[in-house]
Write a protein that binds this ligand. Structure first.
Ligand code: PLP
Length: 417
């Protein structure tokens, strides 16, 4: 057992659905990302089914993995989208996603992005400051439009996650304090080109407990109630994303339990519920496939130098994140303690520390749970072309992103005349 339902061993060979990873490496090279269509579909359907009869919209957080094949798959399943840039809106539209099911988050939307989103008639702007609201009002005025808006409230709850991915504490840059949001909601007359349609929060990522979500919901519901008593009717509640996944020993609530808890907590109100899951939809639906280049035994440590690096998967370097690393072919050799590192010239360039593996050079490894914040955070550091992306659909292999070429890397650069 690998512990990842769509990535399982058959005859000691790790497969993605029905396809041996060895075959993918042979045909398309390494490093490459490999996704399972079935895993993506099941995750979406689990979210959707858990809402039961409740009026809802799942807005997939595009930044977790923005490949247009993945966006298209979710769009076909009925998903909406949560975007944080004009570029992501462009991707959603290119993938056949519906702008009218799209919400626009982020603290620093510029006027070009606002115009693009107003042109596309998106569902809602999740506005994070009064300054942004005022700018949006002006942009909408020049376009003779009314911008639909949720204010993003910072509920000041501890998400109990890594500090770099915690967003709902009062010292974070995200959202606005509840009392300030209330004041702004009730000053609609100052913003004639804004219509307040929703109420929004997002408290962080990789949450492994339900309690912080409940605390945030509580505060949002209070504000909703206050606004109602002062005559402002809000149409939807956006409770953000952030549900964690299992990378190793975490025990996050199931998708079903998480959604059921949100539905139960908001069972007494009629507003439509929006959520913005990213990681929980894609994280365990993808792996990073890499080949061992060299084994290097020093007096202090054993290194396995692999062909994937921090530019391909930044999470270990950035957050000291843990990803399980599995051999693609199980072998019964001598197990040693390895530091799994890439070729990039940084000490922070590692994929895993202290992994007990039996390895030969040339062996393939699968870095698990790499579907979220893997490819989307990749870079060309050390002038490394970005990895290919492959989608497996049962026994069929689809290339959903070609490996980048070195030519492409310098295509926009010019030497002085
Ligand atoms: C990143 C982000 C999400 C998605 O977070 P996950 O932890 O991947 O579910 C949702 N909403 C907003 C506003 C975000 O910034």
């Amino acid at each position: 057992m690998s512990g990842f339902p769509e990535f399982i061993y058959r005859n000691n060979e790790l497969c993605a659905e029905s396809v041996p990873l060895k075959q993918i490496a042979a045909e398309f090279g390494t490093p490459c990302y490999v996704y399972s269509r079935s895993a993506l579909t099941k995750a979406y359907q689990e979210f959707d089914a858990a809402f039961a009869g409740r009026d809802h919209l799942i807005c997939y957080a595009v930044k977790a993995n923005s490949n247009i094949a993945i966006l298209n798959l979710f769009a076909q399943l009925g998903s909406g989208f949560d975007i944080v840039s004009g570029g992501e809106l462009w991707r959603v539209m290119k993938a056949g996603g519906n702008p009218q099911k799209t919400v626009f988050s982020g603290v620093g939307k510029n006027t070009d992005e606002m115009r693009m989103a107003l042109d596309a008639n998106i569902l809602c702007f999740n506005v994070e400051s009064e300054a942004e609201l005022s700018t949006l009002n002006q942009v909408a005025q020049t376009m003779q439009k009314i911008a639909p808006v949720s204010l993003r409230v910072n509920p000041d709850v501890d998400a109990k996650t890594h500090p770099y991915i915690s967003t709902g504490l009062k010292e974070n840059k995200f959202g606005m304090p509840i009392n300030e949001a209330e004041r702004i909601y009730l000053s609609t007359h100052r913003y004639p080109h804004i219509r307040f349609t929703g109420l929004d929060c997002h408290i962080g990522s990789q949450l492994t407990e339900i309690e912080p979500f409940m605390q945030a919901s509580e505060k949002i519901l209070n504000l909703l109630n206050n606004l109602k008593s002062q005559g402002l009717e809000i149409e939807h509640l956006d409770l953000g994303g952030g549900l964690g996944i299992r990378y190793t020993h975490e025990t996050p609530p199931s998708i079903k339990d998480y959604v059921s808890a949100l539905c139960a907590r908001t069972g007494h109100i009629k507003q439509r519920l929006l959520i913005e899951p990213g990681r929980a939809l894609v994280g365990n639906s993808g792996i990073l496939l890499t080949q061992t280049e060299y084994l290097k035994h020093t007096p202090a440590r054993n290194f396995a130098i692999v062909d994937a690096a921090m530019n391909d998967l930044m999470r270990p370097a950035l957050y000291d994140a843990y990803h399980e690393i599995l051999p693609v072919i199980k072998r019964n050799g001598d197990v040693q303690n390895y530091q799994i590192v890439g070729p990039v010239c940084e000490t922070g360039d590692f994929l895993g520390h202290d992994r007990k593996l039996s390895l030969n050079s040339g062996d393939l490894l699968a870095v698990m749970s790499a579907g979220a914040y893997g490819m989307s955070m990749s870079s060309n550091y050390n002038t490394r072309p970005r990895a290919a992306e492959i989608m497996i659909d049962q026994d069929t292999i689809h290339v959903i992103r070609q490996r980048e070429t070195i030519d492409q890397l310098t295509a926009n650069e010019r030497i002085l005349p």
